[in-house]
Design a protein around this ligand. Structure first.
Ligand SMILES: [Fe+2]
Length: 232
């Protein structure tokens, strides 16, 4: 499987704090069936320029790569990306193309945690007019906030892709809703959003087996195929 959302790069955000922790997270991901992991450290336009962020990301990735040359077990292939926090006029920024996943036109976008407006949705359209496709990160986080606004439905009417965190599938209290969304093809890709080895750990394995048990292997294949389609 492909983990589309992770904070496995060391020392760059609130995710992994060391190369050692990153390697353990990667090892755990591999053992759970993950073969490709998209590294998506947080990017906040209010804090730094895209170029400064990319420099930090390259440094972090190089440090990790160097240590990975010395290990004797398998780890997933890493594709570089970012979790880009929504900002006004992001659709007009030429720099955001640099934050896309690998060499693709897809970009992982974290939506605002304040009520969405018409201009929020219009910003998403602006991104798409630049021939980029937003993948909306952890859609489940916005369900409560946008329950009455109808904005999630509006967002889904655009051509965005939708990512769900495995925690929403693994949690017994939200599982039914998560599976319904997957069954109805609302969710395109899934991710662990793993940050560490304590409370936000790699957790794709459990989610994959729940989906397989409840919805069948075809659904796993479906998500896998979409993931590979994006990465190509
Ligand atoms: Fe995240």
């Amino acid at each position: 499987m492909v983990d589309f959302h992770s904070h496995i790069l060391p020392g760059i955000d609130d995710g992994s704090q060391s190369v050692d922790e990153s390697i353990k997270m990667l090892k755990s991901s591999w053992e759970q069936g993950v073969r490709t992991i998209v590294a998506t450290p947080h990017y906040y336009a209010s804090d730094e320029s895209v170029d400064s962020f990319l420099k930090r990301r390259d440094r972090s990735f190089d440090m990790l790569q160097k240590e990975l040359e010395n290990i004797s077990f398998d780890v997933p292939n890493i594709v570089l990306g970012a979790e880009v926090y929504f900002f006004n006029s992001m659709g007009h920024s030429d720099d955001i193309k640099k934050l896309s996943i690998g060499n693709t036109k897809y970009i992982l976008v974290e939506m605002p945690f304040s009520p969405w407006t018409t201009s929020t949705i219009n910003e998403i359209y602006s991104i798409m007019s630049k021939n980029m496709i937003p993948i909306i990160a952890h859609i489940e986080r916005y369900f409560n906030q946008e329950k009455k606004s109808g904005k999630i439905e509006e967002l889904m009417d655009t051509d965005v892709f939708i990512q769900m965190n495995c925690e929403y599938i693994n949690d017994i209290f939200t599982r039914r809703k998560a599976l319904k969304l997957i069954e109805n093809n609302i969710i395109n890709v899934i991710g662990s959003d793993c940050h560490n080895l304590s409370n936000r750990t790699p957790n794709m394995g459990k989610a994959i087996s729940i989906i397989e048990n409840k919805l069948g292997y075809d659904m796993i294949e479906n998500i896998y195929n979409t993931s590979m389609y994006i990465l190509k």
